[in-house]
Design a protein around this ligand. Structure first.
Ligand code: PLP
Length: 455
């Protein structure tokens, strides 16, 4: 069964509680013995059939707290200067994050969802518009568009890359389309050259949902700097977490000034003077405490991104040798950051062993993993939207019917939802031997798949 990414993370984190600790990078974890474990794996009995789990250690916990961070946080707490207008930490974070990304500007926000709301508003997405986006994403992407009273129109998902298939965008453009919102899902960059070319041709804005893609890279540039505006999340499960938090990044002073105004109740800012002192806006501000927590973790993010990448490369090299396991394909000259490490599972190559049973067998081997996003557009959200008074006023009955029917065309996405399995980013922070355990577990299950399929 598929879960959403948050319940997925909760479940896999629980399954990995205590676990191949970050400490394991300095202290060997019991039972690692990497290469022999991998070589023998296929000969051994699966744990689900009473054998010994291949991975007996633990996995790194997430998020991490360090005592050395406490003095700076306590200083802010004791100062009473908690609101962004009262202190300097939010601005300090914005400058540091923009520098890290090579973006001209950054605006910190209360969350990833609010960063999307800010960016969509500033790019002119308004009631009755349409925004082309990816169906394979966390529900907040859909909701940010719906909260502008606009329709999220889904391009199909490319089963090889798990991201928006640019070849399916143009047929979805109508006279109401205002923007394209690609999602760098799991931190895997979308094919942005193709997406930007379509946007340019049709004069559409591009807002990147980079909420899972801190430091993701495409052709030498960072995710969040590839379109008009980029949006990030710093929610608790993220690689740069502060409980809640977000950011909008971009290279245009004019656009970011308008973002600053909108997120601060519409107060005039910089080049955005408005007609009087206010334009439309909300309160989507980040607090000083969030900013201090984020500032503490910037170097950690850089170091851990390198570790996740090295381990993901090792996993990909091993897993792609196993028939029926298909790691995701990245665009040329791009680097993912692996918020989840996904692969597609083909039951045919495992003697018909269903995905759910493969997952149970992996879990029994000590490898937390699970299905992730389902075909969420059939879950009732859109039936409620289409039936709402506001949407009925904004869109014709024919448009809403055709829109609802179009979900059936998302064949690539259906396949991706049915066959994708993900592992949490925390697992990629374990030592190399633990990656061999993952590969070994999949090999073991394949070698015994006929037997497992019968039980
Ligand atoms: C792809 C994507 N978009 C948007 C969001 C929303 O971010 P937040 O939870 O910070 O509001 C998330 C968060 O999980 C996400 O993964």
């Amino acid at each position: 069964m598929n879960m959403n990414r948050r319940s997925f993370l909760k479940t896999t984190a629980a399954a990995s509680a205590g676990i191949c600790h970050t400490l394991s990078r300095v202290m060997p974890v019991l039972g690692i013995g990497a290469v022999p474990a991998l070589a023998r794996a296929a000969d051994e009995k699966p744990a689900l059939l009473g054998g010994t789990p291949i991975h007996k250690g633990s996995w790194p916990k997430w998020p991490e707290w360090r005592e050395s961070w406490e003095p700076d946080v306590i200083k802010v707490l004791r100062s009473g200067r908690w609101f962004r207008g009262a202190g300097e930490h939010v601005v300090e974070f914005e400058n540091a994050y923009a520098k890290l990304l090579g973006a001209k500007r950054c605006l910190a926000t209360a969350s990833g969802t609010t960063s999307l709301m800010v960016a969509l508003h500033v790019m002119g997405v308004d009631a009755g518009d349409e925004v082309i986006t990816s169906p394979y994403t966390f529900i907040a992407t859909y909701n940010a568009i719906l909260n502008c009273k606009a329709l999220p129109v889904f391009a199909d998902t490319d089963p090889a890359s798990l991201t928006m298939d640019p070849a399916t965008i143009e047929s979805r453009i109508t006279e109401r389309t205002r923007a394209i919102l690609p999602v760098h899902i799991y931190g895997m960059p979308c094919d942005m050259d193709a997406i930007n070319a379509i946007a340019k041709k049709h004069k559409l804005a591009v807002v990147e949902d980079a909420c899972q893609a801190w430091l993701g890279e495409y052709k030498g540039n960072k995710c969040g700097t590839l379109g008009d505006l980029g949006c990030f999340s710093f929610q608790n499960s993220k690689h740069l977490p502060s409980g809640e938090g977000g950011a909008v990044t971009g290279n245009s002073d004019e656009l970011i000034d308008r973002c600053v105004s909108f997120h601060n109740c519409g107060r005039a800012f910089g080049t955005n003077k408005g007609n009087g002192s206010f334009t439309r806006g909300m309160n989507y501000r980040m607090t000083q405490m969030q900013a201090v927590i984020l500032l503490q973790q910037m170097d950690k993010l850089v170091k851990e991104t390198a570790i996740r990448r090295e381990n993901a490369d090792h996993l990909t090299a091993g897993l792609k040798q196993i028939p029926g396991i298909q790691p995701a394909r990245l665009p040329e000259n791009s680097r993912a950051v692996w918020h989840l490490y996904p692969f597609r599972y083909d039951a045919q190559q495992f003697n018909g062993l269903p995905k759910a049973k493969f997952i149970r067998a992996m879990n029994a081997e000590g490898i937390p993993c699970g299905g992730v996003y389902s075909e969420q557009y059939f879950d009732g959200l859109f039936d409620e939207t289409i039936a709402s008074r506001g949407f009925k006023r904004l869109f014709s009955e024919e448009r809403l019917k055709a829109y609802r029917d179009s979900f059936q065309e998302l064949k690539g996405n259906k396949l991706v939802c049915e066959t994708t399995i993900g592992m949490g980013q925390n697992m990629l922070l374990a030592e190399r031997g633990c990656m061999d355990h993952i590969i070994g577990a999949a090999k073991k299950i394949q070698a015994h798949s006929a037997e497992l399929a019968k039980t």
